[in-house]
Design a protein around this ligand. Structure first.
Ligand code: ZN
Length: 159
C-alpha cells in the first residue's frame, strides 16, 4: 500500500540540521505514527512521503517554508523580569505562554537584570531540515481516526 491521503503511516526518522547535528530522532523509541494528508506533519514531510511504501528509505530536505516557517523577529520581545515572579529563568528555558494567537511555546533567549528576552518563534523556524526516513508501516485510517484527526491504537491515542 502506498502512502496517500488518509493512510496511517509509521516512520522512523532522524532529523539533522545542515551542519549534521541531530535535532531529533525516533531511533530507539517507538516509530512516529501519523495520518497522511491532514496536517499531522509539516507539509514538506507529507510531500516527500507521498507515494512511498513500507520498507522505503529516503532522505527528505525541507525548506523553512515547508517546515516551521521563516523566523519572524517581531515575535521576539523583552518582558519585565518581574513577570516571572520567583520563577527561575535562564536562557534556553521554554514555557507555554498565552498570546493573541493562542497558546504558544516561547524560548528565553536572554536574561538581564530587569528584563527577559523571549522568542516566540518555533525553535526550528528558519532552519533547513534534513530528514532521514524509513517507512515502517502503511495502512488505511479507520473512520474514527479520520473523525478524530489522529491515530488510534499502538503508538497513538488510547481512548
Ligand atoms: Zn481519537
Amino acid at each position: 500500500m502506498q502512502i496517500t491521503k488518509n493512510t496511517v503511516v509509521s516512520i522512523h526518522y532522524t532529523l539533522r540540521d545542515n551542519e549534521g547535528n541531530v535535532l531529533d530522532s525516533s531511533i530507539g523509541k517507538d516509530p512516529l505514527h501519523y495520518i497522511q494528508g491532514i496536517g499531522n506533519l509539516i507539509p514538506g514531510m507529507e510531500e516527500g512521503l507521498e507515494g512511498k511504501q513500507k520498507g522505503d528509505k529516503l532522505d527528505i530536505k525541507v525548506s523553512p517554508e515547508k517546515g516551521y516557517g521563516e523566523r519572524n523577529d517581531s515575535l521576539t520581545q523583552k518582558v519585565p523580569r518581574t513577570a516571572f515572579g520567583d520563577q527561575e529563568v535562564r536562557p534556553g528555558m521554554q514555557f507555554q505562554a498565552q498570546t493573541s494567537q493562542g497558546a504558544q511555546i516561547v524560548t528565553i533567549t536572554e536574561v538581564g537584570l530587569d528584563s527577559v528576552t523571549v522568542d516566540g518563534n518555533h525553535p526550528l523556524a528558519g532552519v533547513e531540515l534534513n530528514f532521514n526516513v524509513e517507512v515502517m508501516e502503511v495502512r488505511s485510517a479507520t473512520s474514527d481516526e479520520l473523525a478524530h484527526g489522529h491515530v488510534h491504537g499502538p503508538g497513538g491515542h488510547h481512548h
